[in-house]
Design a protein around this ligand. Structure first.
Ligand code: GUN
Length: 156
């Protein structure tokens, strides 16, 4: 295998349903810092591509979680914050905030769930609903950076 193919084979799944980030990073090898290099590809992407990356993430406690169609990494991430064991009231709260958030911004709420907990996620969903779209896109991309940082550590 070539170095590029090797790189894509190893890291291709890091970004949720978005192998293009790692494929582009493979064209820039060697990278001085892997995480930094990957996030530079995201920063260099068009805003349409960035939006596509954000939209590739599942809603928290959303339909994919119920249907069992999350990626393996995402299933573990959501479980780490207890999102796989919600009371019916909590579930209704997530459902309603997910709906309001995506109606306002046109993309799902992204937070690195492994760095937080259920109560803090719900509080962040409420407070971030007041932001404007550009700020939220920036926050979503920064949180994707954190999700990927933890996934990378798991690979080491
Ligand atoms: N959607 C919102 N937060 C997360 C997260 O931490 N992981 C995944 N896979 N999807 C999310």
């Amino acid at each position: 295998m070539s170095e590029k193919q090797d790189f894509v084979a190893r890291y291709g799944g890091l970004f949720e349903h978005s192998p293009w980030v790692v494929e582009r990073a493979a064209e820039r090898l060697p990278l001085a810092d892997l995480h930094q290099g990957l996030m530079q590809v995201v920063r260099d992407a068009t805003s349409e591509e960035q939006l596509g990356l954000i939209r590739a993430h599942p809603e928290l406690a959303g339909k994919a979680a119920i249907d069992g169609t999350l990626t393996e990494a995402s299933t573990a991430e959501q479980a780490s914050a207890g999102l796989d064991r919600l009371t019916s009231d909590e579930f209704a709260r997530f459902h309603s905030l997910n709906r309001d958030y995506s109606a306002k911004f046109g993309f799902p709420f992204i937070i690195c769930v492994r760095l937080t907990n259920k109560a803090a996620i719900l509080a962040a969903m409420e407070s971030r609903l007041a932001n404007d779209r550009e700020i939220e896109m920036g926050t979503a991309l920064a949180q994707i950076g954190e999700i990927v940082r933890l996934r990378l550590e798991d690979l080491k």
